[in-house]
Design a protein. Sequence first.
Length: 321
Amino acid sequence: MATILDLNANKARPRHPEKANRPDTEVLRKPKWIRVKAPTSKGYAETRKIVKDKGLVTVCEEAACPNIGECWEKSHATFMVLGEICTRACAFCNVATGLPQDVDAYEPKKIAEAVLEMKLKHVVITSVDRDDLDDGGAQHFVDVIEAIRAKSPDTTIEILTPDFLRKGDAPNKVIDARPDVFNHNLETVPRLYLKIRPGARYYHSLRLLEKVKDRDPSQFTKSGLMVGLGETKEEIMQVMDDMRSAGVDFLTIGQYLQPTRKHAKIDRFVTPEEFKSYETIARAKGFLMVSASPLTRSSYHADSDFAQMRAARDAKLGVSR
């Protein structure tokens, strides 16, 4: 039996108050192919210092990403805007839930400065869900994109947005800011939404991705799935078809890892061979780029994957750079 520690357990406010009274679930021991070393490199320490000195939040830390050591060693960090407290309570997520803080008006400037200092060629910006805001935080995404472009015009920008559920035309603001990649994760199959993403709606999320392509066909779209939650192979293939119908260019598939005993239980660990099979199927369905492995996450290797995706589209269109 593996033991998972909640590093926020000693704080006055529990990290996941909505899960506090749930019974503990069994945590499965990780297989050898999914274990990672603790981060100790000089590069990791330098990235951590920049993030802390500027008072920024990263999904790498908040979501307890297993790849933080590898990514931060290479100065790759995924910045999380709009605070560190989410208004949703997804069963898989380690980000704290509760009443969010006020939006930091200086955050776009601080992130732009960090991007410049870290010399990032490609940056990923994500956020918590902000159902409390009239536009779900859409304008803040625009402000961050514009601030980065002003400081680092050659840096390509990838955004990983919430679903902007019940926020009207708010997503159009973000689409019109023309990020290089618009990512929104479907996360799991429709059958499991009520259990895993109770605050979200599968077809709304799918429509958001479709809307990006409708409004700006040149924009790359990206979406991700977790496996190991009880889905079937047939359900995963149907989601792939739904994504392709919505024009999604890039698919990521990774193993769900249970943050604490209060979160959704892992149904099973999917083998590397099965991930390879998913990748083969997805490429056959027409995705420009596919990343499928036990440790794949939305922003894992995002810079090199973006370059490959752009090259694949250029080759398909006969464009030379």
